[in-house]
Design a protein around this ligand. Structure first.
Ligand code: ZN
Length: 174
């Protein structure tokens, strides 16, 4: 298994819609292992397959804190069934949008149907950080990012800043 490179904005793949998984075989199980490894390596609490450039509807989450026992959760083909009217606000970051935090208001409670890595149908109702993280990651599967709700001006500013900080090879004119 390996730690994968995480793609960042403005990579166009992040805007694409991921495809459902039809069968869970060795490749899918390995993909989930890689996602966990990559997420833990990057100190993230959630990661969707699209963030390592794979357009499949899979995501992993672990919202446990450093001193707690790990609680890895993987979701295949997750579908949101219910969202509460009550909302909560978190300052969200994203491994695909480095050094950027945005206050986002989302439904406080969400209920999802999904398939686990053993191919079993599951349902989960959650709130708090897990609910927010799950909604953030499911947004990734639909090509949606936390900067989408900002004005174009602000969005362009963030993308410009991130692109600038990337190490580019020296440009030469010959
Ligand atoms: Zn994200």
């Amino acid at each position: 298994m390996s730690v994968k490179d995480i793609i960042t904005v403005p990579n166009e793949t992040l805007k694409k819609i991921s495809e459902p998984i039809e069968k869970i075989g060795i490749n899918e199980k390995n993909l989930i292992k890689d996602l966990f490894e990559t997420m833990y390596h990057s100190n993230g609490i959630g990661l969707a397959a699209v963030q390592v450039g794979i357009l499949k509807r899979v995501l992993v989450i672990d919202v446990s804190t450093k001193n707690e026992k790990k609680t890895p959760l993987s979701f295949i083909n997750p579908v949101i069934r219910k969202l509460s009217d009550e909302t909560s606000i978190y300052e969200e970051g994203c491994l695909s949008i480095p050094d950027t935090f945005i206050e986002i208001e989302r439904p406080k409670i969400c209920e999802v149907d999904y398939i686990d890595e053993n191919g079993e149908n599951k349902n989960l109702k959650c709130d708090g950080l897990l609910s927010t993280c799950l909604q953030h990651e499911i947004n990734h599967l639909d090509g949606k990012l936390i900067i989408d709700q900002l004005s174009k001006l602000k969005r362009d500013f963030i993308i410009k800043k991130i692109s600038k900080n990337k190490k580019n090879p020296d440009r030469i004119i010959v």
